[in-house]
Ligand binder design. Sequence first.
Ligand code: GLN
Length: 470
Amino acid sequence: MYTFSTIKNLQSDLATGNTSCVQLVNQTVQFIEEKKHLNAFLEVFNESALAQALLVDEKIKGKTAGKLAGVIIGLKDNICYKGHKVSCSSKILEGFESLYSSTVVERLLSEDAIIIGRLNCDEFAMGSSNENSAFGKVLNPINEKTVPGGSSGGSAVAVAANLCHVALGSDTGGSIRQPASFTGTVGLKPTYGRISRWGLVAYASSFDQIGPITKTVEDAALLLEIMAGKDEFDTTASQKKVDSYTSGLSEDKKFRIAYLNECVESNGLDPEVKKQTLNALEKLKASGHEVTGVDFPFLDFLVPTYYVLTTAEASSNLSRFDGVHFGYRSPNATDLESTYKKTRSEGFGKEVKRRIMLGTFVLSAGYYDAYYGKAQKVRNKIRQKTREILTEHDFIVTPSTPGTAFEFGKNSTDPIKMYLEDIFTVQANIVGCPAISVPNGMHSNGLPIGLQIMGRDFEEGNLLNLANQI
Ligand code: GLN
């Protein structure tokens, strides 16, 4: 049995013949089978993974293999891989096959990664617990009575339970960082535009970013380096040069770090999470960083702003699932209009419908200015204030989530309670800045706690450096 530690170590083990890609694929498939009850994988791509493994083993022998040779990667089920199914964990896309690969998949494959399968998530990436999947909940391997977080719950669980080496998730309001925090893994949401969204099924296009969930910061840095950069298929992908995130990782840098007073004083914050966060800040101070508390008067506006704007964008993005273009078509339809109505009524789950309705409402003629227009203005205020803090300070540090992983069903009957799980993570998506969640010790309930760091746009290098120090 091969025990994975980091991609770098894996590369040397493959080069010296300690393991092979075929062996790694076989072993992973067996692990996934043994841990089937976690429900992290919706599908294992046995055949294509094994075919790629054979190919890459040959390349390793010929010393022509890429930087991700033999790295077993799981994909959140909203990232397209040509010739493979993608469903967004929704009945409306059940059985649908991608016609092209996302840019991230192309870039990973070109470095000889092996894509092992697609991972369960909340339907259309809407949720914070993975309870909104049409294909069943995902269990948190650390305590199977608790949720793994969402929406990239399958991705975080697959990494935490060793069912792949690294995984990709998408983050619109915390969907990479919150499950990372709940499972003791590292989750990175890059700057908006750092990674191409081509081939990511859109939820809220001005918020969505793809990013890695990994065991180490080092692996996150390498994956970002490979996936980031301009892309002719996505005009929102930045033209900015991609830094070598891996090379500066262990430099001993000292930073100016801010924490938000309102955040550590917030009512909903678990006392132990608060204590661990303050401990981490103390440690940073002790190791020579400057640590300052700053005021951020907009904390209570983050979640409402996020949910008005993202539901508006979702109502538009999801209009394409109509029973004509994609996936499921209701067999009970009799004409065009009933095709739309029945397909969407039967195909979408409850939370997705709630958000489409809310989004349609905030965009409707009589309410546009009062809700959508106003939320856009608030988004600007939040952006300005956050950027102001990030001018005087290099980073903003917060807990990743107000508490640890919660039990199944705990927040299911109250959407507002569930939405408040996102209070610390949505800021980075509203602003567009990069953010990472790293493990920050354990709670007395035996579950991991996460620490979030937000940084300046396109300064992932420093962000990863600090994350690595922590
Ligand atoms: N939990 C948030 C939501 O339900 C974030 C989702 C995401 O980042 N995709 O919208």
